[in-house]
Design a protein around this ligand. Structure first.
Ligand SMILES: [Fe+2]
Length: 279
């Protein structure tokens, strides 16, 4: 039996896992090793895992509750498995750095993304560690940020889609279901207790306690600071690569440099119903 090993892919975050077969049910010790590795490395990468939709779901259920996306393109018979597909006719949209769905009171704990069709060149994904970003601030700025509250808003993140013809009508239900929410600017990871900078350019509108111009200046500084190369890693996909990120302590950004090549990914997003907290 091979032993699970994890090698760091950068100083801040990211672990490449080998010695595990995700196409087979995992042993209890493999599951605990993966949980420990995810807490330590914040995003895990795997190569050559030709998982079926059933394997993908079985893996996901070990870590959280898979979200259902009936309305989104999904693998037939598997509403949990969202399809993300781009080609010449359907170019990928430019996406800014973000933590997924922080417009919700309880954003997802993570996602497991499987590369199915991968372009010859391009299409990497960048990840940033929110704890490395917090740790590298001066203690004065850390103290200033702790205790502040940021507002996160679905309509802010989806403003381009809402501005499209028919966008307001198409997204009316999402808008109604997702009023703006507040999260602490500095959160603590529920397992590792590491502190992280929990603001992102996609969904965070402002810091409540500050004047608007102060909030804009601080947020734009933090967005640049979070994604400094020292806080990041970059993953180059191959067919049957998998990335599993902890959404509570990372941001990510897909690199949109592969059009008109074909890229197909399948993703399961996991909920745990836990609200980000400062303690
Ligand atoms: Fe995302």
């Amino acid at each position: 039996m091979s032993m699970l090993t994890v090698s760091a892919v950068s100083g801040a975050l990211g672990g490449l896992v080998s010695g595990i077969n995700l196409c087979a049910p995992l042993t209890t010790s493999e599951v605990s090793a993966l949980k420990a590795a995810l807490a330590e490395y914040q995003v895990l990468f795997f190569r050559n895992q030709s998982i079926s939709p059933d394997d993908h779901l079985r893996l996901a259920e070990l870590f959280g509750r898979p979200q259902l996306h009936e309305a989104y393109p999904h693998v037939a018979g598997h509403p949990e498995l969202t399809i993300l597909e781009n080609d010449r006719e359907n170019p990928s949209k430019i996406e800014v750095w973000h933590t997924d769905m922080t417009f919700r009171p309880c954003p997802p704990l993570g996602s497991i993304l499987h590369g199915v069709i991968i372009p010859e060149r391009g299409g990497d994904t960048l990840f940033a560690s929110l704890s490395a970003a917090y740790d590298s601030l001066s203690s004065h700025l850390q103290i200033f940020l702790e205790g502040l509250t940021a507002v996160h808003d679905f309509t802010y993140g989806f403003k381009e889609s809402l501005a499209e013809p028919g966008g307001r009508e198409r997204l009316a239900e999402m808008v109604a279901d997702n009023p703006p929410v507040e999260h602490p600017v500095v959160i603590q990871h529920p397992i590792t207790k590491r502190k992280g900078l929990y603001v992102n350019a996609l969904f965070t509108t402002h810091i409540k306690e500050l004047q608007r111009s102060e909030s804009d200046a601080i947020l734009s500084y933090l967005y640049r600071h979070i994604v400094l190369p020292e806080h990041c890693c970059r993953f180059s996909w191959e067919p049957d690569s998998i990335a599993f990120w902890d959404n509570r302590i990372t941001q990510h950004k897909p690199v949109n440099d592969y059009w008109p090549q074909h890229r197909r990914m399948q993703r399961i997003t996991l909920d745990d119903g836990v609200r980000p907290s400062a303690h």
